[in-house]
Ligand binder design. Sequence first.
Ligand code: ADP
Length: 524
Amino acid sequence: MGQIRVSKWARPEYQTHQAFLLEAQRLSQTGSWKHDLASGLVTFTPEVARIFAFDPTLNAVPAQFFFERIHPEDREAEAANYGRAISTKSDLRSEYRICLPDGSIKHVYNTGHPEMTDEGEIAGYVGTAMDVTEQSQATAKLESALGEIRHLTERLKAENLALGEREHELNLIVETIPGLIWCAAPAGEVTYVNRQVLEYCGASRESFTANGWADFLHPDDLAVTLSLWARAVEREEPHEMQYRVRRFDGEYRWFQVVGHPARNPQGQVIRWYGLLIDIHDRKCAEETMRQAEGRLARATQLAAVGELSASIAHEVNQPLAAVVANAHAALRWLSAEPPNIARAVEAAERILRDGKEASAIVQRIRSLFGRGSVEKVSVEINSVIAEVLTVLQTETMRKGVRIETMLADDLPTLEGDRVQLQQLVLNLALNGIEAMDGILSRPKTLTVSSARSDAGVVVSVEDCGAGLPEGDKMFESFFTTKPEGMGMGLAISSSIAEAHGGKLWAEPGQTYGAVFRFVLPVKP
Ligand code: ADP
């Protein structure tokens, strides 16, 4: 049986050391104890009494008291732990919670070392009990903070992953969409183009963003495009235009280009987004069709004019030949010695007769364009206008012309030749559209209106083109200011209006361009 050497601490030489030791124990919240297995008593220092909330005057209690203090959930494990240490004669090391009489809970870290008798039997344990409540709480807090951090990290990771996936997906769309996409800064400099743009132009991303589109535009489209783009940027408005862009192999292709400003919540433009769609094949097909239509119309016109001139020549030639022959005869009779005045007068009278005949032929030909050839049926002029505008749709779209109509809905029905009236409106509309070719500084608008007037029904076709030419020859046949013009349109149109008992005239437009009006009488 081992001796418990408590008495040693009572010796005077240990008094000072003991005081230091107790102070150290208080500061480190660590007390020491000794458990004598034979008596079942545990002797301890004041710090142990404080930790376990024993009466401070006590320095020894039965071991049972300690076990009673242990938290019910930890008690059994600790008893087993202690029992195992005793049976294996080994060191003790454990941590458990204790419940104090005031209801508070403390964490204790307990260590013990077996004390052996000379016979090698276990006499008891000497150990330390440390109040680790604060550390435990700090550790718990730390662990909960760590848990929170781990949770946040996981969430962040998941969000980043989702964000990354979305970004990747958007990127994929932008990079694979069959269109050329660009972004520009609010002031208009290109900041991004997608892969398709680079592949199409055969340019590097750096070179592209440094010089923008300018290097790749068709020289004929450059000035107009840049000025339209500058205007869109200045007005901060969406824009739509068509221009040719050079492909990597040098071929220029037509693109339909739309640009839209993106705005922040305050309404300021923060970026421009744009899309180029290849319309080259469609445009070429349209152009071929238009040329074919043009050639056909021209061939028809030429054929009609050719036919007309042949019959005019034929009809007029006979009286003219007679006029010439009679003029020669008159000259001969006058220059004879002496002059035969009577014969000369006869010849002159024949000249007069043939001259009148020629004039009558010309009159007849004019009447071909006039009243005589009109086949009259009931016609609603608004539906004639609508039919013409439908026919013109491709032409107006191709030329970027906007059509506005102001049609009165209470118009009376007219008597007339539907096809001729269509031709009349078509001529005026085509002239108006052609007059706006080359206008860039304002929107191209053609306004077609119909209205009731005292004289009947008035139709007006107004453009905002270059304006009327000088002089009053416009309505004469073969007067034209166009390189490829025939100069027949207004002459025929005028004849059609007159053949319907009406008339056609022109006035300068309100601000720009010209207005052509015709009035057709209404049957009483
Ligand atoms: P063409 O169109 O073949 O020249 P037209 O008889 O239709 O023949 O027109 C004769 C001329 O009248 C044109 O060349 C043009 O100078 C002038 N003209 C016709 N319509 C307009 C218009 N809307 N604006 C300005 N000038 C016009």
